[in-house]
Every structure is written in C-alpha cells, then in structure tokens.
Design a binder for this molecule. Structure first.
Ligand SMILES: N[C@@H](CCSC[C@H]1O[C@@H](n2cnc3c(=O)[nH]cnc32)[C@H](O)[C@@H]1O)C(=O)O
Ligand SMILES: [Zn+2]
Length: 441
C-alpha cells in the first residue's frame, strides 16, 4: 500500500485522493507533480489512478480547501501560558516585551516550528506572521512546507534612530525572502500599530510595500484607549490616519479592527482592505467590542480570521477560532443570523487565501493543491447533513486527518514527520528563554 511509504511527505509527486467528499459529492482529486489540482471527478477515476505515484484513500473524508490564519505571531508559541489574565497594556509592557527582549533567532526558529505543527494539526496551510528574526521564521516555514507572509514587526515610538533600524530590518527581510526564491514564502512590511509607529514610519512602510508590491500587516483599533489616544494625538481616527499615510490598500491586512466606527468601515471597504478578526484574543484581553464584521463586509472589505499569538489565545487552532468568531459575532451584535456558517467558512478559505494572495482557496482545476481531509467516521461529523456546518460548529482539529499544501503532504493520517523532536526542542527552548531573562534580573 503506497500510503505507508514515507516518501509520501516529500512533495513533487502526483497524488490521487480517492473516496473523499469534494464540493458536496463523493469523488476523487488528482494532484499533479507541480502541486496543482488537475482534475476532480465523481467516482474513483481509474484513468487517473494509473498515473498517480501515490494514492491516498480518504475513507469518506471531507476534502476542504486548506485554512488560512491571517494574523499571528507564530514564535509566541514559546510564551504560551507565560502570562495570562492581565490588562493588555500591562501584559505587553510588563511581561511580554521584557521577555521578548531576550529572544534569539534560534528561539524564533524553534517557536515557529512549534507553531507550524499546531497550525497544520488544525488544517491551516497558510498564515500571516509578524515578529522578529523573521529570516529564522522563514527557515522554519520553508522546512515545514507551509505558506506564509512574514513581516518584521516595525515599532519606532517616534524615535528616528529606532526607525532607521526598523527600516534596515525590513529591507534585510525583503532581500532574504527574495533570495530564498520560494513561492510559498512572501514578505510584508509590518508597522505594528498606529500607537507604536510614527506617521513617518507608517508612510515609509506604505511606500515600501507599494514600491516592492508586497503586503502590509498592522494591528488596528484593538482597544478603545488607543482610539482615544490617536484622536488626541493626531486629531483623527486610526483608520483615517492610516489612509493619510497610504497604509490602506487591497494588500493591507489589519488585525483586530474592534473599535472601528461606521465611517472607518467604509474606508476599509473603499480600499479593499482585509480585516483579520481575532475573537479569542479579543475576548481574553477583554477588548470590550467585537469587530463590526457585517459593516465591514457590506462596505466591501474582505473579512478574514486570525488567531493572534499564542500568548493571548493560547493556541493556533483555526477551527476553534472560527467557532468563536461565529458565536462572538452573534452574541456581541445581538443577532442570531450574523456570520452564518458558510460565511465563516469563506473567512478561513477563500477570503483568507485572497488576503494573502495564495490562490482562490477553493478546490478547483488549476488551483494550488491546498487540501485538508476531515474525517467523517467521527462523532462530530455524525450525522453529516451539512459538511460546512459541521466544520464550523462541531468539529475540532482532532477530526483533521491529512493536510496537503501546494501538493506536498504535510500531515498524513494524523502523522507529521519529525513532530516529537520539534516539540521537545521547543519546550527546551522556551524554558531556556525564561532562564536567560531571570538570570539577567
Ligand atoms: N521590532 C519590534 C517587534 C515587534 S513584533 C510584534 C509585537 O506584537 C506584540 N503583540 C502580540 N500580541 C499583541 C496584541 O494583541 N496587541 C499588540 N501587540 C501584540 C508581540 O508581543 C510583539 O512584540 C520591537 O522591537 O519590539
Ligand atoms: Zn497581534
């Protein structure tokens, strides 16, 4: 049986998925050597079968487009459980930033590997990441076989010298990623937020993004306080400040967006921005308001979903996140019909893929083979009236069986090669980081 062949994880081979539910019908999917979807058809298609190097029997699994996480700080997986149950500003300035001051490139590499394991386990094939030592994050993503948009979190607090060093770090990441020449890995500029980056810094990031045709990734209106301070300092609301600095485009991903007012939603819609809803982080850090999902959608923005980092979530499980999103929207906006299952599903498939520019996020001929198999022989998929409803409301990541990104098998029958070693190294790295911080006082 070809399924047991370890080479199935290598990539670059043609694969036939048989006995799966694809776009609502029982059928099969052929993936060619270039990692694209060749054909999908009903039945097992014997013709394609004879061509494929590997055959994966889905045993009746649902084949879904792989999921996209549009806002995270992957290596913060090392900080999971380090500081919980605090106010956001206090949490960042007293706990997180002092520990991050001791981070090394090696830490980021190990933390990003750990994050990739967790994301793959919930069917995530692509993510949008903001952190430091991003060349090391890129190395981990490359090895783990995922897709990512990576940015160096740019913070200048209005200081010119700091701005210069953040510009250098951003330029270095651009050259590094270009040199990797891996179509699955892109860079973005990453102005952290309107409250941590000066007008000059924001403008530099927007100009660099436009000049190099790369994404721009930012935190926007996560708390009410930052909105008030922005109005005091700049005489305008955060989204208006971003517009003035050129930061709103259809390559902008804006995380949180909780406190946007109607006019700001219109602005994001006008420019085709992709807001990233982060419900778990917002609830845990008591942001006090949910992203105005419906207003953003109606205005023409492209709402997507992110987990935020592991120290405010505390995991990277997109299937848990999407249920939180669908429930929080209904609860906060007091509407039992807002963000229905099919729209929540769009957020983690087609809208997420569109936001990061990684294909259509659908299973169709010619699309990248980003495919996840979700078991149906499990309680959460019984009965199976509506696969989308079950994926959003009832299934956890334990139902995720097989994950394929660009035709490369990342997880097969619940196994990810090298997982045990990655978890061990990540745990050692995390404890070592805290020890270094404590030794330094
Ligand atoms: N170059 C920057 C690095 C910024 S990386 C992005 C930053 O976002 C921080 N972060 C994580 N979650 C949140 C959040 O919810 N709101 C604001 N910042 C966050 C994270 O801890 C990290 O410091 C520097 O020198 O500090
Ligand atoms: Zn964040």
């Amino acid at each position: 049986m070809t399924n047991e062949d370890p080479d199935i994880f290598g990539g670059g081979s043609s694969v036939l998925l048989v006995n799966v539910i694809v776009n609502g019908k029982k059928g099969s999917i052929y993936i060619d050597e270039s990692g694209k979807i060749g054909e999908t058809c009903e039945g097992t298609n014997a013709g394609l079968k004879s061509e494929a190097e590997f055959i994966i029997d889905g045993n009746g699994a649902i084949a879904t487009p792989g999921f996209t996480n549009t806002h995270t700080h992957a290596a913060m997986s090392l900080l999971r459980g380090y500081a919980d149950d605090m106010h956001l500003q206090q949490w960042l300035s007293e706990k997180i930033w002092p520990l991050e001051a001791h981070l090394t490139g090696e830490d980021v590499y190990r933390g990003t590997e750990l994050a990739c394991i967790e994301m793959i386990r919930s069917g995530t094939i692509a993510f949008n990441d903001m952190y430091f030592f991003m060349d090391q994050a890129a190395k981990a993503v490359d090895e783990m076989g995922m897709k990512a948009v990576l940015c160096h979190g740019f913070i200048d607090f209005g200081d010119e010298a700091k701005r210069e060093s953040e510009i250098k770090a951003t330029e270095a990441l651009y050259s590094h990623v270009k040199g990797m020449n891996n179509p699955r890995i892109k860079m973005a500029t990453g102005p952290h937020a309107p409250y941590t980056v000066s007008r000059e810094g924001l403008t530099w990031c927007s100009e660099f993004s436009k000049e190099k045709d790369v994404h721009l990734h930012i935190h926007l209106s996560e708390t009410e306080t930052e909105v008030k301070e922005c109005i005091e300092q700049h005489g305008k609301k955060p989204a208006e400040l971003l517009e003035e600095c050129g930061c709103l485009t259809n390559k902008t991903i804006a995380a949180h967006c909780c406190w946007l007012d109607d006019a700001e939603c219109e602005l994001l819609g006008k420019y085709g921005v992709s807001p990233s809803h982060n419900p778990a982080s917002n609830m845990k850090l008591a942001g006090g308001r949910a992203m105005p999902y419906q207003k953003l959608l109606d205005a023409g923005a492209n709402p997507t979903l992110g987990t935020d980092g592991c120290s405010s979530n505390n995991n990277l499980d997109i299937l848990e996140e999407v249920k939180f999103a669908a429930l929080l929207q209904k609860f906060f906006w007091n509407s039992d019909t807002v963000l229905p299952a099919n729209e929540a599903y769009d957020m983690i498939t087609s809208a997420g893929a569109k936001a990061l520019g990684f294909g259509p996020g659908r299973i169709e001929k010619g699309a990248p083979a980003d495919i996840v198999l979700i078991r149906t022989d499990v309680a959460c998929n019984t009965p199976l009236y509506n696969p989308v409803s079950n994926i959003i409301y009832s299934c956890g990541s334990n139902a995720v069986d097989t994950v394929i990104c660009d035709g490369r098998v990342l997880m097969h029958e619940n196994t990810i090669p090298g997982e045990e070693e990655i978890l061990k190294k990540a745990s050692e790295t995390a404890f070592d980081l805290v020890r270094r911080k404590e030794d330094a006082g």
